[in-house]
Design a protein around this ligand. Structure first.
Ligand code: FAD
Length: 393
């Protein structure tokens, strides 16, 4: 192994999760190297929205973890050298029937009891929010702490600062095999040479199971496709993120009152005004392997759904469309964990539709685990072995 490069910690995957890990680790003085098979942020982290949300998180552990991540992103906005289009306007969910409004009231109460800044909105509040809303909406709810970023820029910004702290990044370096040598070191073979490391972090998003297989570790993550429309802003429809309450139902797998095609593709309104004066309009949720081709039927139903909530947007101009793959886990929580059967191997993947929101807390917790510190949040519910007793088809 003459030409082998040895590093203390190697992160596989150069998406937003790999970026956050390399930022917090390098800042803490850890010798860290990132291996990315294509360009940085070429996976899901450049095929998504940029919301840092608590509004759609299960009250309790999930929303507390998101809140802590929001606070970290607020700090990153001051710490990082390159701007990432951070704004902090809050976000809202709108309800289109009595049942949703009732469920929203419960949701707000639970979140308030957990200490989060949530409040109900009535019809009048919605009219004040945007004069473009449909007249028949029942009301909604607001989460004041929610923020938004450009996810691609945040990924690059964290990598840029990580490099300044000494992190090394190898792009176009695809990990082909990972083993352990007799001394317990990891041997990582790539198309760009062999590396050895004391510790390896698998931050490969939807591809994390493939890295796991190399070490005989099962990682139950599946790709869940989501599609978005980028539309140009002709009028100032609204300044902050809006979702329909049905988005929550679609995310957590409940029953909605919608037509069969909308249901089939899990289409629910997500409306995000970007800093560049466009709108991101989405989205869909479906299990369709690793396919990221835009499906025009889905586009049609996303547009239909947007017009249901904003009828006057029917003349919007579509600039482009794209789809990405959310790294889904069965219980909708990421895996941020040491893998006990392979000492030194960590998984930081499976963030589904929350990887932008949870990148900062993930990076911080992995740094704390590697450094042997007490973690900022409890990590029991994020353990890799929580799936052991169950079989995921
Ligand atoms: C339509 C859509 C909208 C979304 N909106 C939001 C949102 O508003 N807010 C939010 O919080 N989240 C959102 N998400 C989810 C979020 O985008 C993801 O959770 C997040 O990007 C996952 O980041 P990651 O770093 O784990 O994965 P990725 O960005 O996919 O990074 C993994 C990297 O690993 C690399 N890799 C894979 N295999 C190898 C190998 N063998 N060797 C080397 N490198 C390898 C890949 O090339 C890739 O760059 C959305 C997702 C979608 C699809």
């Amino acid at each position: 192994m003459n030409n082998t490069i040895h590093r203390d910690v190697i992160v596989i995957g150069g998406g937003i999760i790999g970026a956050a890990i390399s930022y917090y680790c390098s800042k803490a003085g850890i010798d860290i190297t990132v291996l990315e098979k294509k360009e940085l942020a070429s996976g899901t982290s450049s095929r998504c929205d940029g919301n840092i949300l608590a509004i759609d998180k299960d009250p309790g552990f999930d929303s507390q973890m998101s809140l802590r991540s929001q606070q970290l992103v607020h700090e990153l906005n001051k710490e990082l050298e390159t701007s990432f289009e951070y704004r902090n306007p809050g976000s809202i969910l709108v309800c289109e029937n009595d049942n949703e409004l009732e469920a929203a009231q419960k949701w707000v109460q639970q979140q308030q009891e957990a200490g989060l800044d949530f409040k109900m909105l009535d019809r009048e509040d919605l009219r004040n929010e945007s004069k473009f809303f449909a007249d028949d909406l029942y009301g909604g709810l607001e989460c004041k702490t929610d923020s938004t970023v450009n996810p691609y820029m945040l990924t690059y910004s964290m990598f840029y600062s990580a490099q300044k702290h000494g992190a090394r990044i190898h792009t176009h370096t695809e990990v082909k095999r990972v083993n352990k040598d007799p001394s317990g070191r990891f041997v990582i073979e790539t198309n760009n040479g062999t590396f050895t490391a004391n510790k390896v972090v698998n931050a490969c998003g939807v591809w994390a199971p493939l890295i796991g297989e190399m070490l005989n570790v099962e990682i139950p993550i599946k790709p869940r496709k989501g599609q978005l429309i980028v539309a140009s802003r002709q009028r100032l429809v609204g300044l902050r993120k809006v979702m329909e309450f049905g988005y929550l139902i679609s995310k957590f797998g409940g029953e909605r009152v919608v037509d069969p095609v909308t249901e089939k593709y899990g289409v629910a309104l997500v409306f995000e005004p970007t800093e560049s004066q466009n709108f991101l309009i989405g989205s869909s949720r479906e299990f369709n392997g690793f396919d990221i081709k835009v499906n025009h039927e889905v586009t049609k139903y996303i547009a239909k759904r947007a017009v249901r909530f904003y009828p006057k947007m029917a003349d919007m101009t579509v600039i482009r469309q794209y789809a990405g793959l959310r790294p889904w886990t069965e219980d909708h929580l990421p895996i941020i964990s040491h893998v006990d059967e392979v000492p030194g191997f960590y998984v930081a993947a499976g963030h589904e539709g929350d990887g932008i929101s949870l990148a900062a807390i993930t990076g911080k917790v992995i740094e704390e685990m590697i450094s042997g510190k007490e973690t900022t949040i409890p990590i029991e519910l994020l353990r890799h072995d929580r799936f052991k007793e169950r079989v995921i088809s």
